[in-house]
Design a protein around this ligand. Structure first.
Ligand SMILES: [Zn+2]
Length: 224
């Protein structure tokens, strides 16, 4: 088996496994949400969940591999309708090896309110890079959405997509899933704590120290 084929197969396996776990965690429901993995290092190819399918029970054979121009090079299904967003993130973030997009309820509440999720729980800045910022609105699957999500994401590991959901990234799809779960947990705590009263942020020096840890880990994962 060629190295390129082995890399594509490994990416497809990781995407299917992560998509099933995202379903088990309740982060994706119905046909909403999608998962991808970069194929190999530095190439423009990525493996992604198929359009219009539940993440529940997806297998390696269901996953589509697309090239830089989003043309399917492997798999029989059409790639996720949010492939443009995934491609834009891989293009701008060489450290990213996996992406998870969800419509999880509390992340979507922040998306509807247009409110950033501030660093409010320990480890949040170390895991995500700081506050989770909300993008400007753009229609689903559009080029504008891809641009605006990248702008909100910057160098961090999660962003809220205005009136839509959330996106999380990591060195692998499973690490992106961890970031998606952390985002939903922080959003849930933020929404619930807001009912109780004003929400206290973590002290600035803690956020600064955690952000430094985040940058260091990212450097180790992505080589820069
Ligand atoms: Zn979506």
């Amino acid at each position: 088996m060629s190295a390129a084929l082995a890399a594509a197969n490994a990416a497809k396996r990781e995407v299917a496994e992560t998509a099933r776990k995202a379903w088990e965690l309740g982060l994706v429901r119905g046909a909403s949400g999608n998962v991808s993995a970069r194929v190999g290092v530095g190439g423009g190819f990525f493996a992604i969940t198929p359009m219009g399918r539940r993440c529940e029970g997806l297998t390696e054979e269901d996953i589509v591999v697309v090239d830089r121009g989003l043309e399917p090079v492997e798999g029989n299904a059409a790639p996720s309708s949010e492939s443009l967003m995934h491609a834009a993130i891989y293009e701008r973030r060489p450290d990213v090896g996996g992406i998870v997009h969800t419509h999880a309820a509390y992340s979507s509440a922040a998306a509807a309110a247009g409110v950033d999720i501030p660093p409010i729980v320990d480890e949040m800045a170390a895991a995500l890079g700081g506050a989770v910022r909300v993008s400007e609105y753009a229609p689903p699957a559009s080029e504008a959405l891809a641009e605006r999500v990248c702008a909100a994401l910057g160098g961090r590991n999660a962003a809220i997509i205005r009136n839509h959901g959330a996106v999380a990234v990591g060195a692998s799809p499973l690490l992106a899933l961890d970031a998606a779960a952390m985002t939903e947990r922080a959003a849930k705590i933020f929404v619930l704590a807001s009912i109780l009263g004003p929400v206290g942020r973590l002290p600035d020096d803690v956020v600064e120290a955690e952000t430094a840890i985040f940058e260091m880990r990212k450097g180790l994962a992505g080589g820069g």
